[in-house]
Design a protein around this ligand. Structure first.
Ligand SMILES: [Mn+2]
Length: 361
């Protein structure tokens, strides 16, 4: 906050008082995250809970439409002592207020019904028109993490940060900005520097290096085996995944290929095809390209260098997933102008392309 400009301080102060105004007299708050919450969403939700609790007597519940899959994120939850309820088992009528964090209404990556207008929206993805209907919204597209926005509120409100919460916020910023190297602004750096002295470094290391199930290695193996390169792009098919977060993790991994500017990873989960797109081109708009990849039937979006999407599949059989995935890949290569480029296996080919419809089973 030390580095925060007076003008910005004023904005944060106004936002904070408006936020508290919306919650005034309310005794229950439901905080909804993405279906498969990442560290930024978890930390932001935990911070929002602490923030409102410090001002008024209020019962808060955290919920999501899916579950926390990734081992690191489960370790973070455990450290925070947080429970996340399933949105399907949640009666929305029981809550006086609903907040969406790190996502927005109609974004497609959260399970909140389109009919529900949340009271509060706090996010750092591009502004969605639906968010303007909420009595309170604070959407800062340039910010690297929602955790940074919540940290600014906490500091402005003078709410003491517990070590676990500081650790979570720092981890949220770290993971959304790839250690401040990706889409981080000055505010993210400031929050990071303020949080670092307070956080539990040993716990941070333990969370980041959480032990993983064997399915994790199977997914990585599948992602590498099926990775194809064409021109400046790479794509891969994971088949059915046990935890949706692995799709973006493998997209991140593939982008590390030195000859690649674009990486796309596709997996299937439930009745959806999940897409994750990454680029090293800082001038690009991955969110826009993702919208083109998912077409009219899906939803998707994101930032300049990272984006996610989902396409519902009516009859989720292996063939349908396979067909749809290949339509996406065809579009991907066309959009990037790589249709006529030589297609090859990323790890080199011994002549056999083993990819088959069977992987979606
Ligand atoms: Mn985020």
């Amino acid at each position: 906050m030390a580095g925060m400009k007076t003008e910005h301080k004023k904005v944060v102060r106004e936002k904070l008082s408006k936020l508290l105004g919306v919650l005034e007299g309310k005794r229950t708050l439901l905080i909804v995250m993405q279906d498969f919450p990442d560290p930024d969403a978890i930390a932001a939700a935990a911070a929002l809970r602490e923030l409102v609790k410090s001002f008024q007597e209020i019962t808060t519940t955290l919920a999501c439409g899916g579950f926390v899959g990734r081992a690191e994120n489960r370790a973070l939850l455990k450290y925070l002592g947080l429970n996340i309820k399933s949105l399907d088992d949640t009666n929305l009528d029981q809550y006086a207020a609903i907040a969406l964090v790190d996502t927005q209404p109609w974004a497609g990556n959260n399970g909140l019904s389109r009919k529900v207008v949340p009271d509060i929206v706090i996010d750092h993805h591009p502004m969605r028109p639906q968010s303007r209907k909420s009595p309170f919204f604070d959407v800062r597209k340039r910010y690297g993490a929602t955790s940074t926005i919540l940290h600014e509120y906490m500091v402005m409100a003078d709410v003491p940060l517990s070590v676990p919460l500081a650790t979570a916020l720092l981890y949220g910023i770290r993971s959304d900005t790839a250690d401040l190297g990706r889409e981080a602004v000055r505010a993210d750096v400031d929050a990071y520097l303020a949080l670092y002295p307070i956080c539990n470094k040993r716990m941070l290391g333990r969370i980041a290096m959480a032990r993983v199930p064997r399915s994790y290695f199977r997914a990585i193996g599948m992602g590498l085996k099926n990775a194809h390169s064409a021109g400046n792009s790479v794509y891969t098919l994971l088949g059915s995944v046990e935890t949706p977060d692995i799709v973006s993790e493998i997209a991140d991994l593939l982008l590390r290929d030195e000859d690649t500017t674009w990486a796309l990873c596709i997996g299937a989960y439930g009745k959806q095809l999940l897409l994750s797109l990454r680029t090293s081109d800082l001038q690009a708009n991955a969110g826009k390209i993702m919208s083109r990849l998912v077409g009219r039937s899906g939803t998707g979006g994101g930032h300049s260098v990272m984006a996610g999407g989902q396409i519902p599949i009516d009859t989720p059989d292996p063939e349908a997933f396979h067909k749809r995935a290949h339509e996406v890949i065809t579009r991907y290569l066309r959009v990037l102008g790589n249709t006529n480029c030589q297609l090859s296996l990323l790890m080199g080919s011994d002549g056999e392309d083993e990819e088959a419809a069977a992987i979606w089973r």
